[in-house]
Design a protein around this ligand. Structure first.
Ligand code: ZN
Length: 143
């Protein structure tokens, strides 16, 4: 039984092992980010995924993914009725429409799984906006 204020979920061995192996591999880096337990790791992953999902859901009616290429993701902005091309420049994402590195189109691209696939394929570790970890009532992640 979990402690008061916590819930348990059941996942398959496959899912558990997949996450656990990644956790073990990245343990040191995670500790630097204040993640000191496997549960804490899962919590941060879930929060990050939810953040991405919320960004996606918020922009989804206004943004459309048109095309994904090696160096470029084309996004249709339905609000402005314009096309934005997002491409990689000096390890940063750049928006052709806004001429900057921090706009709604780039935010949208960050929420696309394809974007992470491209980065992984190219072996690029992109400097992405820092994920702020909301703390729970107890102020930590340790279950
Ligand atoms: Zn833009």
């Amino acid at each position: 039984m979990p402690k008061p204020g916590f819930k348990s979920i059941t996942v398959s061995d496959y899912v558990y092992n997949r996450f656990f192996e990644t956790y073990e591999k990245n343990r040191r880096g995670l500790e630097l980010k204040g993640i000191t337990s496997f549960s804490g790791y899962l919590t941060s992953m879930m929060e990050e995924t939810m953040t991405k999902y919320e960004v996606f859901a918020r922009h989804e009616p206004f943004m459309e993914k048109i095309d994904v290429e090696q160096n470029r993701i084309t996004v249709k902005d339905n609000k402005k009725d314009k096309i934005a091309e997002i491409f990689l420049r000096d390890d940063q994402l750049y928006c052709s429409l806004d001429g900057n590195t921090d706009c709604v189109h780039i935010g949208f691209v960050y929420s696309l799984p394809e974007f992470y696939n491209i980065m992984t394929t190219k072996g690029i570790k992109i400097s992405r906006p820092a994920f702020k970890q909301p703390k729970n009532k107890l102020g930590n992640y340790t279950f």
